[in-house]
Design a protein around this ligand. Structure first.
Ligand SMILES: Cc1ncc(COP(=O)(O)O)c(C=O)c1O
Length: 426
């Protein structure tokens, strides 16, 4: 790679297309020749927005000053606090506010949603996932099968890419659903695959699943805040996502849930309930029977953790102010740039980008398969020798996610430069 030229080019691109890095804390580098890391791991844990610290302290101060009265008298009263998150979360996933709520963590939410929407009956018992589903999704659906007295090996269908291919074809998923759909109770796929970075055709697969009579849910951990979503219009039955990746809300942050309007208020949909499942106005009537609202808030159970909601609220404000369309445009430019650099580096090295080349079939992440050595070892060297933070999925995938909010062209250049210096040519 002609490093001097391309570093100058990266800096020129940054000047022309600066993003919103100033809103975030970028960690200092422990290695390499730049003061800050090139942070390409926002697909794993997003960086901390600068606003989070003060906002969190303000919530703590309200508790210190007001004690229990903070429920009603805090600047942002705690009783209806979760409602502050609803509209911005709904905008991000293309939902109605009544269809969206922020609560719990991702896998807990997937279970609560499967209580409602995985209802095996007769021959219709199967759960369809992708073979490269995130392990916790595999564990979750297998445990749901067992919960219903079914054999998980026979119940969970894992769709694989064709031999010699790395990613699933939409047409193969749809063909499976057309052929076997009368045995499928639930389709639960990742919107963007965690390993390959493939963006699934959510509307097409949702339509195929629903046409087959199945319920279609999505794990949007790697999609939310990464790609534009229109869950309501796409007729998705339900979805869940975490907020610690592209939503920058901190490790283990509160997660989000979508349930399509057509299921809201339906008395035939079973749900687990608690205090927060009942209409807000009835919460202090202390009656033994709940009156759930005809919104997704009926899926809430416990009163929400205020200090965990603050960081999500702060982060969603950033998304609201920048807007997903603008972010997506920058994302396509940034990832396209990284792809061009990687094309140069991988041509002469045992490295292969496995993420689809079509920007319509991916978000910002590019996954690189390494042909020699271990993914863990490579990411360690990238970090310690070059200050480049990526993450490894053993045995052979290293993931790089230029996040459009805060990553720079220079970060992408540093990835390519570091790989070129670390991985020997063939
Ligand atoms: C696609 C996907 N699903 C589920 C999880 C796990 O979710 P949690 O442990 O927050 O419930 C992750 C975590 O990275 C993920 O990437």
């Amino acid at each position: 790679m002609n490093t001097a030229m391309s570093e100058a080019e990266a800096q020129r691109l940054d000047a022309a297309d600066p993003g919103h890095r100033h809103l975030f804390h970028v960690p200092p580098a422990e290695g390499g020749r730049y003061p800050e890391v090139a942070y390409l791991a926002g697909n794993s844990l997003g960086l901390q927005p600068r606003a989070t610290h003060d906002e969190l302290l303000a919530d703590l101060a309200a508790w210190r000053r007001l004690g229990v009265e903070g429920h009603l008298e805090a600047k942002r009263p705690w009783l209806p606090y979760h409602e502050l998150l609803t509209a911005p979360a709904a905008r991000l996933v293309g939902a109605l506010p009544a269809e969206t709520v922020v609560m719990n963590s991702l896998t807990v939410n997937l279970h609560l949603l499967m209580v409602s929407f995985y209802r095996p009956a007769g021959e219709r018992t199967r759960i369809v996932i992708e073979d490269s589903a995130f392990p916790s999704d595999s564990y979750a659906v297998r445990s749901q099968a067992r919960f219903h007295g079914l054999d998980p090996d026979a119940t969970v269908v894992r769709l694989k890419p064709r031999a010699g291919e790395d990613t699933l074809r939409t047409s193969d998923v749809c063909d499976y659903l057309a052929a076997e759909g009368d045995r499928v109770a639930l389709v639960l796929l990742g919107g963007v695959n965690y390993l390959t970075g493939e963006l699934m055709d959510i509307p097409a697969i949702t339509a195929a699943g629903r046409a087959a009579g199945a319920v279609v849910g999505w794990d949007l951990a790697h999609a939310v805040g990464n790609v534009p979503l229109a869950l309501h219009d796409w007729d998705v039955d339900f979805a869940a996502w975490c907020s610690y990746k592209y939503l920058n809300s901190g490790p283990g942050a509160l997660a989000g849930v979508f349930v399509h309007e057509r299921h809201l208020g339906d008395p035939d949909v079973p749900r687990f309930e608690g205090w927060w499942s009942t209409e807000a106005a009835t919460r202090f009537e202390m009656t033994p029977v709940s009156r759930p609202p005809a919104t997704v808030e009926a899926w809430q159970i416990s009163n929400p953790p205020i200090f965990a909601m603050g960081p999500v609220r702060t982060s969603l404000e950033v998304f609201d102010s920048v807007g997903m369309p603008a972010l997506r445009e920058r994302s396509v430019r940034l990832t396209g740039y990284l792809e061009r650099l990687l094309d140069e580096v991988t041509a002469e090295r045992p490295l292969t980008v496995v993420t689809p080349r079509d920007p319509e079939r991916r978000g910002c992440q590019l996954s690189v398969r390494i042909g020699v050595g271990s993914a863990n070892e490579l990411t360690k060297r990238l970090r310690h020798e070059h200050g480049v933070i990526a993450d490894a999925r053993e045995p052979d995938i290293v993931r790089f996610a230029p996040v459009p909010l805060y990553s720079t062209y220079h970060d992408c250049w540093r990835v390519a430069d570091a790989l070129a210096a670390t991985v020997e040519t063939r």
